[in-house]
Design a protein around this ligand. Structure first.
Ligand code: FES
Length: 136
């Protein structure tokens, strides 16, 4: 077992959260997204979300972060969870849903899941605003 994996385990990350973090699931840039948005949370970390949306359904989702293992595992999970969902369904995902999906992250890291969720919700709002403007 690598030192990093052992440390993450000891800190309270589940195996699934560790896998998502180490494999950088859904981390990266997206060409021509329907919307992208960066948001900095109160901890000073920043998450940037990229979404490809077609007919109200999220077809692809990626993110990048300047942040901790909590922000990366939560961002990876959230992007996985929202793919194939309508905007209305995806908007309802809570930080508890993200943590349950990951099967556990340290309780001190709940705000990191919140940062991923807030960034995502802001991206949806930005998309809706631009869409409403285009439709008007
Ligand atoms: Fe800032 Fe985790 S400490 S997102």
């Amino acid at each position: 077992m690598s030192d990093l994996r052992r440390l993450l385990e000891k800190s309270g990350y589940s195996n699934k959260a560790i896998e998502y973090y180490l494999k950088k699931v859904n981390v990266g840039h997206m060409e021509n997204p329907s919307v992208h948005l960066a948001y900095t949370g109160p901890c000073g970390d920043t998450v940037e979300v990229y979404l490809k949306i077609e007919l109200n359904v999220i077809r692809d989702a990626k993110f990048q972060a300047i942040g901790c293992a909590g922000s990366f595992s939560s961002g990876s999970a959230l992007m996985e969870m929202v793919k194939g969902k309508t905007l209305e369904e995806a908007e309802k995902i809570t930080e508890e849903d993200i943590i349950n999906f990951l099967e556990g992250i340290p309780k001190e890291k709940i705000h990191c899941a919140c940062l991923a969720k807030r960034t995502f919700q802001r991206a949806i709002k930005k998309y809706m605003k631009s869409k409403n403007k285009a439709d008007a």
